[in-house]
Ligand binder design. Structure first.
Ligand code: UPG
Ligand code: MN
Length: 814
């Protein structure tokens, strides 16, 4: 007891007070959402024409999806905690000698898209970690199978022997050379900078010319490695290349201290074997590293995610090295942070919600999902759940296997080659029960999800100084492609047999399961978004109102105020200026831009069309929400209009895209304008009646009655009844109370079974058909007769109302 009290803490946790507020908010908002959906459902049931029925059903569906996304999104907010680490205490409770060994995996796949110099920078930034070098191994996986990348690393190994002691001596915090030289310049740095620049020049010369001459090769070992790039060597078809560039204990820096291991791995590739992309590469690294070093801790990094803080392993150890921590702790995830985003992050690539907000929310539950990079794993998690070990095929791959031979030993290297073989995984558990999981394009999400389903927990570590910094796409086309790949990958998980909604909820409980479902079904946002981008606007040209009317004037003013505030915010000078910079890139002829620009055109036309309609005396109340939605989209589409018409630079939209989307917008409009909107559903949610009092008082004008209607027969269904009879009651009297009065007058108190299901004051007799109708009110045997009676009752009530108003007015005057 005393001993534990004496030890300073490595990490702390506080529960957030926001949790209570979040839960209360979620409860109240849920009621509002349910009420809205109920109202929607009534509207669907009450619709009187096929057109309105389909339209309202569509919106019910859209809002159900939005409701689902909203509800699952709340799960992230149900138990917020704030976590802190105290890395400064680490050396008070343990010694550096006792630190566990660590294997770092860096993946790269294409020397053209991922410049070798940037991969080298990432590697150098972690090689220079404040961590005992003899416990650190950096593995570079090159799926591009590129001699250029290997060459860059040969150079990096040499430069590293100067860079690592330089960082130690000067207590450099920015240990990614490129980032360091960008921000620091002094006499002290001159020498090392010259070294860096000359390395960079050599590498880039080779990369640009795509070949290197013999004088770049300095020793026999290098020659042997490069000799593997024979005639038939291609990216998709080549043998394994494993090159140990630096070896602990053998290679020393310029001050005589040991360098960490640096190992280049390009796994074997064959067109006949699936390679499973990054997950496949990481599994190959898991095995190769197991054979060579088998460190209990693994850090995974994308090639563009460099370390921004040499102390990060200390923060990680505060969790993974703390014996009081739950034994189920499987990984410590740091958020993805980015450098070089422009001020407004115009392609929304920072993903703060995913990487920061939601991860912090998950931290109070079973822990954050894995985001592919910046994650420290316990090697054990890749071999089954905490209490269900899945044994690998050979003992050398077991997480508890101790490597006893130097990494360059013949037998060790031979086995490393063997486990990097493209056929090695055939008939094994790799990718299904072991290692990174296959089956989704977002292998990181899927792997983390499956690990948590197995019972592993995780921790989100988010120090003030970003632990890692990466690059985000800088063109719209790249950003959209990333979203597309991500969407496909997420849906692959969503609809798989491991769907979070079924499997996940069972394995992790409802809250965690629904958090994962929120991600896995994230792409379905596109469905309501598309509907809201087109349908209200197309309905607007026809003057067809499709949203709930806001009954109370005060409410309406409130909403109107908020709404217009929002709009004007985006339209202000500063924001317009941002778009004026023209940083959006539309120059690629991508079909992905077509829906965007079509939506932009449709919304623009609808917005102005709607406004013109209203100024000409249209129904502002009814169409307000649609005009607002269209206006909102228009504001958001501003960069698109610019790219279509205003800009002359290279980033403007190609004429072809403009033509196609204009044509599509036109086609949609002409299709929509052929739909006659006049037959309107009658519930008081459909205010378009207000503008047509004449129609309402003249039943004979009720348009588009079904052909079969015979006014000399009793009404046989609800539609008929609605269209003919309810139309007699003017909009101003369409409240439940007044309608009740009218029907009581006509059908009598008991003869009129007020049919709640239809909610529109439909007498049950009218719905149930002739026989029950006749038994209740035999004198109203025809539709015409009922219509006449309702008209009379309505007129009577109107008269009484006007008398009462007159009396009230005169008493007021007195
Ligand atoms: O066959 C492949 C394909 C990709 N990669 C590497 O995978 C990483 C991520 O690829 P990138 O094109 O940069 O994808 P992003 O969309 O930027 O990556 C995000 O999404 C990926 C898939 O969900 C995650 O793996 C990443 O960690 C996450 O940052 C890069 O280092 C690539 O070199 C491979 O090693 N082999
Ligand atoms: Mn990336």
């Amino acid at each position: 007891m005393e001993a534990t009290a004496a030890k300073p803490p490595l990490h702390g946790l506080t529960f957030s007070r926001a949790t209570v507020a979040n839960r209360a908010f979620a409860a109240i908002y849920t009621c509002a959402v349910l009420a809205l959906l109920y109202q929607h459902a009534l509207t669907v049931l009450n619709s009187t024409t096929f057109l309105s029925f389909s339209l309202f059903l569509t919106f019910l569906f859209a809002d159900l999806l939005l409701g689902f996304m909203w509800a699952t999104g709340q799960c992230f907010r149900m138990q917020l905690v704030h976590c802190h680490v105290f890395p400064e205490n680490l050396l008070k409770v343990t010694r550096e000698e006792d630190f566990p060994a660590m294997d770092v995996f860096i993946c790269t796949a294409d020397p053209d898209k991922e410049p070798p110099m940037s991969v080298v920078n990432t590697a150098l930034s972690v090689m220079a970690y404040d961590y005992p070098a003899e416990k650190l191994s950096v593995y570079v996986s090159d799926d591009g199978g590129s001699a250029l990348t290997l060459f860059a690393f040969v150079e990096a190994a040499k430069f590293g022997s100067h860079w690592l002691p330089f960082c130690r001596r000067n207590k450099v915090v920015e240990r990614c050379p490129e980032a360091y030289f960008r921000s620091y310049r002094s006499n002290e740095t001159k020498k090392i900078k010259v070294m860096y620049e000359s390395m960079k020049e050599r590498v880039e010369n080779v990369v640009y010319s795509e070949k290197f001459t013999d004088d770049y090769i300095t020793n026999e070992q290098e020659r042997q490695a490069f000799n593997k790039w024979t005639q038939g060597f291609t990216r998709q078809e080549h043998p394994t290349v494993i090159q140990v560039l630096l070896e602990i204990g053998k290679d020393r820096d310029v001050t005589g201290q040991s360098m960490p291991n640096l190992i280049y791995v390009s796994r074997q590739k064959s067109k006949t074997s699936p390679h499973h992309f990054k997950a496949g590469a990481q599994n190959a690294l898991l095995r190769v590293s197991a054979v060579l070093t088998n460190a209990p801790i693994i850090l995974t990094l994308d090639c563009d995610m460099y370390s921004n803080d040499p102390q990060t392993p200390y923060s990680m150890l505060c969790y993974l090295f703390d014996t009081t921590m739950t034994p189920e702790l499987g990984y410590v995830q740091f958020p993805q942070r980015f450098c070089g985003l422009n001020k407004n992050d115009i392609y929304a690539c920072e993903l703060r919600r995913v990487y920061l907000i939601n991860s912090a929310g998950l931290n109070g539950l079973a822990g954050p999902n894995h985001v592919g990079t910046g994650c420290f794993f316990s090697r054990r998690v890749f071999f089954g759940g905490p209490s269900s070990f899945v044994s690998p095929e050979i003992p050398e791959l077991r997480p508890d296997h101790v490597v006893k031979m130097p990494i360059q030993a013949q037998s060790i290297l031979a086995m490393a080659h063997q486990v990097a073989d493209c056929k090695y995984e055939d008939q094994t558990n790799w990718g299904s029960k072991m290692g990174f999981r296959y089956g989704s394009l977002v292998e990181d999400f899927y792997t983390g999800y499956r690990l948590q389903c197995e019972g592993w927990r995780s921790v989100f570590c988010h120090p003030n100084r970003p632990a890692f910094l990466g690059n985000a796409p800088i063109t719209l086309n790249d950003a959209l492609n990333q979203i597309k790949r991500c969407s496909v990958g997420l849906l692959e998980v969503g609809i798989s047999k491991y769907s979070p909604l079924t499997f996940g909820v069972r394995a992790m409980g409802p809250i965690m399961g629904h958090c994962y479902a929120n991600y896995a079904f994230w792409p379905i946002w596109s469905i309501p978004l598309t509907m809201y981008a087109f349908l209200p606007q197309l309905a607007l040209v026809n003057g067809l109102s499709i949203f709930l009317k806001i009954e109370l004037l005060t409410n309406r003013l409130g909403i109107a105020k908020n709404g217009f505030n929002l709009t004007s915010k985006v339209l202000d000078g500063e924001q317009s200026k941002r778009y004026d910079q023209g940083t959006f890139e539309f120059e690629v002829e991508s079909p992905m831009f077509v829906p965007l620009s079509t939506a932009a055109i449709v919304n623009l036309i609808s917005f102005f069309g709607g406004l013109v309609g209203v100024f000409r005396g249209g129904d502002f109340d009814g169409l307000f929400v649609q005009i607002f939605v269209a206006g909102f989209v228009v504001v958001n589409c501003w960069p698109i209009y610019e790219a279509m018409v205003l800009r002359t630079d290279k980033g403007r939209m190609p004429t072809k895209t403009i033509l196609i989307s204009t044509f599509l917008a036109w086609a949609l409009y002409s299709a929509a304008s052929h739909i006659d909107p006049t037959p309107r559903p009658l519930e008081d949610t459909h205010p378009s009646h207000m503008t047509q009092p004449s129609q309402a008082t003249q039943p004979s004008q009720a348009p588009h009655l079904p052909q079969s209607t015979d006014s000399t027969q009793p009404p046989s269904n609800e539609t008929e009844f609605n269209q003919k009879v309810l139309a007699e009651i003017p909009e101003s009297l369409q409240t439940t109370e007044v309608r009740d009065k009218i029907f009581h007058k006509v059908f009598g108190e008991d003869g009129h079974g007020y049919c709640k299901t239809y909610g529109a004051g439909v007498p049950r007799s009218a719905v149930y058909g002739q026989s029950s109708y006749l038994s209740h009110a035999s004198s109203f045997s025809t539709l015409n007769e009922i219509t006449r009676q309702v008209r009379e009752a309505t007129q009577e009530i109107e008269q009484r109302l006007s008398i009462e108003i007159e009396q009230w007015l005169s008493s007021e005057i007195e």
